[in-house]
Design a protein around this ligand. Structure first.
Ligand SMILES: Cc1ncc(COP(=O)(O)O)c(C=O)c1O
Length: 398
């Protein structure tokens, strides 16, 4: 823009903006905070609206930083494409709508999905007329008969469930879902593509709360759905209207986190194995739920499903004295491990499911699902495992 004749008011707004395309490419993807994008001629803008030109036009429709993240997550999951959302819950909501959940249709869900997923289905979707049946996803007979009876549009499960770390036989569930005409949705947040890539096992949609391991540093809220290009088009059309988009600043943080995902996962899983082994023989701990322990009910399935001999960095354990007071005392005595409502960060974190992630469930339902009053969930971070263990041990005898 020629600046000499413009007033200071105009210059303050326009000077320096929309510089011509540079002849270099930044090594790290830049953050593009722009809500809209400029094209020098109307024909190109028209082609962009028509979808024959690939460029962005308005950030609710797409943004270069967000697109970079979507391409990265799709590549890691071995999928054709992905769509990023403002949170993991927005991603789950989008994937369910994309799979065809609507008034009168059925959804079959693992009963131990994340508490908010359970609540989303049993309140928001239920109020809109979507019918839901919760089943034990590790009981193939129960899943099969629910699918045969209800002919749902979708079956949704988690690779590693929250908080009991049950392992889903994804290949079997995918076959069962498809043989009854249902799409198979997998929340792969706990496993990450480092441990498992569900699309290769037959999943139609892979969902992440990227707030967790993908971001990895506890500084961003984000969600992603990885799926085929055709299914993504449907997700996109809905999200264009719903507007649950991920912002470019957040996309950049997740993209940055992804670079160290495999490094963090290998370290965190190794740490978790050491912690689980120690907790499982501690007199103040009644039981440890960790797929890497030989007494875990799906230990051998975990061995074949999860890659590289890794069993994840999440576990939960029941305190010997299973009361809310005892759990509170334990959590308040921790000096390194942080009692906070999240998981998958570089920090080690504990959470009390009965009070937080699964608070929305009736106490009786919680107990029926094995989420007792003494259950603590632990997300193992990248610290020195000896320091994590010593902090847990001092708190257990406090
Ligand atoms: C397995 C799982 N899925 C989805 C979510 C929701 O993610 P977000 O908090 O990013 O909406 C969570 C949150 O803890 C989770 O643990």
């Amino acid at each position: 823009m020629k600046s000499s004749k413009r007033s200071l008011f105009t210059l303050a707004v326009h000077a320096g903006e929309r510089a011509p395309r540079p002849a270099y490419t930044p090594v790290a993807t830049p953050i593009h905070p722009s809500s809209s994008f400029y094209y020098p001629d109307m024909e190109t803008l028209d082609a962009t609206f028509a979808g024959t030109n690939d460029g962005p036009m308005y950030t609710r429709y797409g943004n270069p930083t967000v697109t970079a993240l979507e391409q990265a997550v799709a590549a890691l999951e071995g999928g054709e494409s992905s769509l990023a959302y403002g949170s993991g819950m927005a991603a789950i909501h989008g994937a369910l709508l994309g799979a065809g959940a609507k008034s009168g249709s059925w959804v079959v869900a693992a009963y131990d999905v994340y508490g908010a997923t359970y609540a989303l289905l049993s309140t928001v979707f239920a109020d809109l007329g979507v019918k839901v049946r919760f089943v034990d996803a590790t009981d193939s007979g129960a899943v099969e008969s629910a699918l045969a009876e209800l002919r749902p549009v979708a079956l949704i499960a988690e690779t590693l469930s929250n908080p009991l770390l049950k392992v889903a036989d994804l290949e079997r569930l995918a076959q069962a879902a498809h043989s009854h005409g249902a799409a198979f949705l997998v929340d792969n947040t706990f496993a990450t593509p480092c441990l498992c890539r569900p699309l290769g096992l037959g999943a139609d949609y892979v969902i992440h709360s990227a707030t967790k391991y993908l971001g990895g540093h506890g500084d961003v809220l984000a969600g992603v759905v990885v799926t085929s290009a055709e299914r993504r088009r449907r997700l996109f059309e809905v999200n264009k209207l719903v507007g649950g988009n991920l912002g470019p600043q957040e996309a950049w943080l997740v993209l940055r986190g992804l670079k160290t995902l495999p490094l963090r996962m290998h370290r965190q899983c190794a740490n978790a194995e050491a912690v689980a082994a120690r907790l499982s023989v501690h007199p103040e701990v009644a039981r440890v739920h960790y797929p890497g322990l030989p007494d875990h009910p799906q230990h051998s399935l975990a061995g074949s499903l999860l890659a590289d001999g890794l069993f994840g960095a999440m576990m939960s354990f029941d305190l010997r004295i299973a009361t809310r007071d005892r759990v509170f005392r334990f959590m308040e005595a921790l000096r390194l491990v942080i009692p906070a409502t999240t998981l998958g960060d570089v920090y080690s974190l504990v959470l009390y499911p009965a009070m937080s992630s699964h608070r929305a469930l009736e106490p009786e339902v919680r107990r029926r699902y094995g989420i007792g009053d003494g259950l603590v969930r632990l997300s193992v971070g990248i610290e020195d495992p000896a320091d994590i263990i010593s902090d847990l041990e001092q708190a257990l005898v406090s």
